[in-house]
Design a protein around this ligand. Structure first.
Ligand code: AMP
Ligand code: GLY
Length: 422
């Protein structure tokens, strides 16, 4: 089969490496891919948001199955457009991708169907939001409604900080139209867990749980990033908690989307906080997480393409989805200065014997040389019987990878190791 993967980051590299293991796959195209992905797929210079060009390419290149990985094209309707031309896809249609595309939608969905989440108010008027903040409990959390490159969430420790956040979103429009509507919500505490799931709109099958490390600096200091590393499984996510999540969150979410006429197919990502009052939803994503995918898929023992096709065909209930009982750790190597400003264009060397463990997020190929081309440059994943060994193996590989201004956290997995000892 000819497969098309839309996107060009570390997550897409992980998807492509896993898809390559399928006997059904003859050829994989990545749109646009990147210089590192080029080792595993044919990269075509079409942007992930250029839906007409993606559809044309798929039609002209006999694509049998398309995987739309990033949030933007999903929210913009890439799956709808491909399906219109008869191309089966992995991923939700736009009317279901809204679960990530609009925080107001997802919060109202959870309220309507009794799915546990932080208490909240929605505002489309700045003065009303500022007035509400006079008496709101502090700390508080301000969220822009739409996609904001993962930056649309501000945790305000003081009333003034909260008001500044509201003004920057609603008056200065720092996130553009995403700030027309905002959500102000209760600040929750507890360990965070990412649970990605496969769903065909009827059955929901959670993948192995994982833990992201969002802050730029060691010991969770510094700015929020797209994610500096992950481990799987997440030690806080016990079997008992998994049962509660299935009953109170996963199943009800899939049912709620059906009841709204927005059946969700693809990967539904649950960002959870295990609060003292039980697990609550922090966010939904309509896609695989990045860098969660880089630890979850290496632990998947079943055929990824078969599972993906089952989500499209509605046959997930009869399809094997098996994960290994090992541990995985992914350390992200970034460019110094990420997520603010950083330099690009440094030559990278990745030894051949560890290339299988490397998922490239930001690199270009120039005259046969791989050059850094992004904030997050690559992720290095290892799988081992114990988390401790997976961490050691990944950091051992990180030492062997060289590029200018390389930066990484030194404590990926540390909190998870501590949790095992608690
Ligand atoms: P998001 O961009 O939605 O992934 O949110 C970024 C991060 O903000 C999450 O991973 C949480 O750590 C934090 N966060 C979001 N909402 C809340 C909340 N209601 N209470 C506490 N932390 C939150
Ligand atoms: N790692 C979080 C996300 O993909 O949104």
């Amino acid at each position: 089969m000819n497969i098309l993967v839309v996107g060009g980051g570390g997550r897409e590299h992980a998807l492509i490496k896993k898809l390559k293991q399928s006997e059904k796959v003859t050829k994989i195209y990545a749109l646009p891919g990147n210089g590192g992905i080029a080792a595993d797929a044919e990269c075509v210079d079409i942007g992930a948001k250029d839906i007409p060009a993606i559809v044309d390419f798929a039609v002209n290149n006999s694509i049998d199955y398309a995987v739309v990985a990033p949030d933007d094209p999903l929210v913009l309707g890439a799956v709808d457009a491909l399906e219109e031309k008869g191309i089966p896809c992995f991923g939700p249609r736009a009317n279901a991708a809204i679960i990530e595309g609009s925080k107001v939608f997802s919060k109202n969905l959870m309220k309507k169907y009794g799915i546990p989440t932080a208490e909240y108010e929605v505002f489309d008027d700045m003065d009303a939001a500022l007035k509400y903040l006079e008496t709101a409990p502090i700390p508080t959390v301000i969220k822009a409604d739409g996609l904001a490159l993962g930056k649309g969430v501000i945790i305000a420790q003081t009333r003034d900080e909260a008001k500044d956040a509201v003004r920057s979103m609603m008056q200065d429009k720092v996130f553009g139209k995403s700030g027309d509507h905002i959500v102000i919500e209760e600040f929750l505490t507890g360990p965070e867990v990412s649970v990605l799931s496969f769903t065909d709109g009827k059955t929901v099958v959670p993948m192995i749980s994982s833990m992201d490390h969002k802050r730029a600096g060691d010991n969770d200091t510094g700015l929020n990033t797209g994610g500096m590393g992950t481990v799987a499984p997440n030690p806080y996510y016990t079997e008992d908690i998994a049962k509660v999540c299935m009953e109170k969150i996963f199943r009800p979410t899939v049912d709620a989307m059906n009841a709204e006429g927005r059946s969700f197919k693809g990967c539904l990502y649950f960002g959870l906080m295990l609060t003292p009052k039980g697990p609550k939803v922090i966010e939904y994503n309509c896609r695989f997480g990045d860098p969660e995918t880089q630890v979850v898929l290496p632990l998947l023992e079943s055929d990824l393409l078969t599972i993906m096709q089952a989500t499209t065909n509605g046959t997930l209930a009869g399809t094997e989805v098996k994960f290994s009982s090992k541990n995985a750790c992914c350390v992200i190597m970034a460019s110094e200065g990420y997520p603010t400003s950083y330099e690009k264009g440094y030559e990278m060397t990745v030894p051949d014997d560890i290339a299988d463990s490397v998922y490239v997020a930001g690199a270009t190929l120039k005259n046969g040389k791989l050059l850094t081309n992004g904030g997050r440059v690559l992720g290095v994943t290892s799988v081992a019987d114990t988390l401790e060994d997976a961490i050691k193996l990944s950091y051992g590989k990180v030492e062997k990878i060289k590029f200018g201004n390389a930066y990484y956290r030194h404590d990926i997995g540390k909190r998870a190791l501590e949790a095992y000892k608690e």
